[in-house]
Design a protein around this ligand. Structure first.
Ligand SMILES: [Zn+2]
Length: 208
């Protein structure tokens, strides 16, 4: 309900876009498999129906499904540009762009916070999607800072594969080094708070 109200509220602003309105920042945050990219693509499509000029960016590190598209787990797609860092978004920005979408925000450096503020200050509607916690359950920078500066926040939930409750955590189920594993959807599953095992160095196994 909150999400619907927020989305509708944002869409009302769309009508006034292009008339020197201020910009703002929307953040879509959640665990893996929670539909973040799907929600981002849904909003981008609605912006295009409203004939707004849209540009979409994703980190170059994330080219697992496509180089020039963002792709949701449900196979929704939207064309995008891969950038090496947050600053490159400003360099590639077309002056006529009214809506900027950014996917996989957790793979960007903290400069992304300044960049989205800069864009919103120029009157751009910025929609950012990202993983808000890493596989140990710790906040995943720069998402916490983006959540702080955002005007609108949507938290998406997956379904816990163990018990069917809403899931807020990404459980790593194989042994891999490092905080970031790209292109390894099979290495994670959605878990609720009760089923999540928050031990960074103790990967869990499937129970048969
Ligand atoms: Zn559970």
């Amino acid at each position: 309900m909150v999400e619907r109200l927020t989305a509708e509220g944002n869409d009302e602003h769309l009508v006034k876009a292009g008339q020197n309105t201020t910009g703002w920042v929307e953040v879509i945050a959640g665990s893996m498999f929670s539909g973040k990219s799907e929600e981002l693509i849904r909003r981008l499509r609605r912006a295009k129906i409203a004939r707004l000029k849209v540009q979409v960016f994703k980190p170059e590190i994330d080219v697992r499904f496509s180089r020039d598209h963002i792709v949701s787990h449900s196979e929704m797609r939207h064309e995008s540009s891969a950038v090496r860092n947050a600053r490159e978004i400003l360099e590639l920005l077309d002056p006529s762009t009214e809506v900027v979408g950014i996917d996989e925000a957790q793979f960007f450096d903290n400069d992304l916070v300044d960049v989205v503020n800069e864009l919103a200050g120029r009157g751009v509607r910025v929609i950012v999607a990202g993983l808000d916690q890493d596989y140990t359950g710790r906040p995943f920078e720069p998402m916490p800072q983006l959540l702080a500066v955002a005007e609108y926040i949507t938290k998406t939930h997956a379904i816990c594969v163990r018990c069917g409750q809403p899931a807020n955590y990404s459980q790593r189920i194989v042994e891999v080094e490092g905080q970031v594993v790209v292109g390894a959807g099979d290495a994670y599953e959605a878990r609720c708070r009760r089923c999540f095992v928050p031990h960074a160095d103790a990967p869990t196994r499937h129970e048969d």
